[in-house]
Design a protein around this ligand. Structure first.
Ligand code: ATP
Length: 457
């Protein structure tokens, strides 16, 4: 990629973001000491924090805030019949084309688009002009074996989505908890897809994490419920994760994109440096999944509705978000380079919502001597119970602020000589760089207040 390319409106080129993520400990190329492994990434000390924070925010929104949504953590490896029932064995494939000369692989639909963009001859490779193979269907599921003997009976797949773990446990949840329709089951976990075209950092990887919720409803009520979830999910990205609304939009699946069992489907899309692409799918899936499992396992999947005294297979509204993709969106949306007035200095800042910032508050002594260091340490230790904190006493105070801006720390507290006299500190806000004098005892409350009223500049 040429320098300066791929820059989105607020200045986060992919290269700069990848480099910041590595140098500051968000995300590293996986097994780098061996030369790395294509499109796999490891989350470093700050990366695990932001990922966990996004997961927690999702869990809080979807499970804690609803008394009719419960959680689940199903196994990654499931009975292989699951994937026959779900349609993944027969249909979860991409059309694949190989170049016989440069050995590049393309998804046929991507190839078609590249040809249109570059105005290239139909039959040839867009990279080298070489001859292409016929189109083959390539199943995206990773197959492996369970147990010591490799035979047909040992074949299992790494799940390509978390949703099926929810469907196969539908009856278990109904029978073991007091849920009544409408109710939801939520799950966060890893999913695996042998993607043909990976790339754009953590946007599309073979191993990723999803946050999915299946909401079971009475047939006939699905359209209304679908609209409610559409609104709630979009609001969550803006209000809880701090993504700017103008960089998000809905995209409705047209008749050609719509899965054969789906009634309606909308994607929430983000405006990435490489264009508008999916962040979350919201699908009205009818009773397809439960009905298929009923056919394949031979067990009754119906629900007895005590209110209407009727038995039916519930309809499902699904909200399916990428956790790792949400990390990318949060970082990308937050990344900003700002020219500071009059000094010609550029400040790199991550405008992360305080809910998801890996470090919430940093505490600095102005100088190391005269007891300031010890006082700052005591304050930092006192805040640890409630917030992710960081203590730093190295270098000029301005440099310390910059280091925190770069990793998106929304609040910095500075202890100075006045603190020793009257127990007040300086609270500095990352986005506006405003500073206030507040009491040591009021730090936690101020942080909570600022977090609640946080609005992205
Ligand atoms: P895409 O069109 O981008 O491949 P999809 O339509 O296959 O996505 P879904 O099956 O609806 O995606 O999965 C739900 C969510 O899981 C997506 O919106 C995305 O956030 C995430 N996701 C899917 N595939 C990947 C992947 N290979 N890497 C990272 N995240 C993914």
């Amino acid at each position: 990629m040429a320098k300066g390319e791929n820059v989105n409106q607020h200045g986060a080129s992919m290269e700069k973001l990848v480099s910041l993520c590595k140098s500051r400990g968000f995300i590293y190329p996986s097994s780098e000491i061996y030369g790395g492994l294509s499109a796999t990434w490891d989350y470093g000390p700050l990366g695990v924090e932001i990922k966990q924070n996004i997961q927690d925010a999702w869990w809080k929104e979807m499970v804690r805030r609803h008394d009719n949504i419960v959680g689940l953590d199903a196994a990654i490896m499931m009975h292989p019949r699951t994937w026959e029932a779900s349609g993944h064995v027969d249909n979860f494939s991409d059309p694949l084309v190989d170049c016989k000369k440069c050995k590049n692989r393309f998804r046929e639909d991507t190839l078609r688009k590249m040809r249109l963009d570059k105005d290239i001859d139909d039959a040839l490779c867009p990279e080298c002009g070489g001859e292409l193979t016929e189109v083959r269907q390539f199943n995206l599921m990773f197959a492996t074996q369970l147990g010591p003997v490799k035979d047909a009976g040992s074949l299992v797949y790494l799940r390509p989505e978390t949703a099926q773990g929810i469907f196969v446990n539908f009856k278990n949840v109904v029978n073991s908890s007091r849920v009544k329709i409408p109710f939801g089951i939520a799950q966060v976990g890893k999913a695996f897809r042998n993607e043909i075209t990976t790339g754009n950092f953590i946007f599309r990887t073979c191993e990723f994490e999803q946050m999915e919720m299946q909401y079971f409803v009475r047939p006939g009520s699905e359209d209304l419920v679908f609209e409610e979830w559409k609104t709630k999910r979009m609001d969550w990205y803006v209000d809880s994760i701090g993504i700017r609304s103008e960089r998000l939009r809905f995209n409705e699946h047209g008749p050609k994109e719509l899965a054969h069992y789906a009634k309606t489907a909308f994607d929430i899309e983000y405006n990435y440096p490489f264009g508008w692409q999916e962040l979350e799918g919201i699908h009205s899936r009818t009773d397809y999944d439960l009905r298929r499992h009923e056919q394949f396992c031979g067990k009754d999947m119906s629900y007895l509705d005590a209110e209407t005294n009727s038995r039916y297979i519930p309809y499902v509204i699904e909200t399916s978000s990428g956790l790792t993709r949400s990390v990318l969106v949060a970082l990308m949306d937050a990344y900003h380079e700002e020219k500071l007035d009059g000094k010609g200095e550029v400040r790199t800042v991550l405008h992360l919502h305080p809910n998801i910032a890996p470090v919430k508050v940093a505490v600095f002594p102005l100088v190391k001597k005269d007891g300031l260091s010890e006082m700052a340490r005591r304050i930092e230790e006192g805040l640890r119970e409630d917030f992710a904190t960081f203590f730093d006493q190295r270098g000029a105070i301005g440099r310390r602020y910059r280091r925190m801006d770069e990793i998106g720390t929304p609040f910095c507290v500075t202890v100075d000589y006045e603190t020793m006299d009257n127990r007040t500190v300086t609270l500095r806000l990352r986005d506006s760089m405003e500073q206030f004098r507040i009491s040591v005892e009021g730090i936690a409350d101020s942080i909570r207040r600022e977090t609640l009223s946080y609005r992205r500049l």
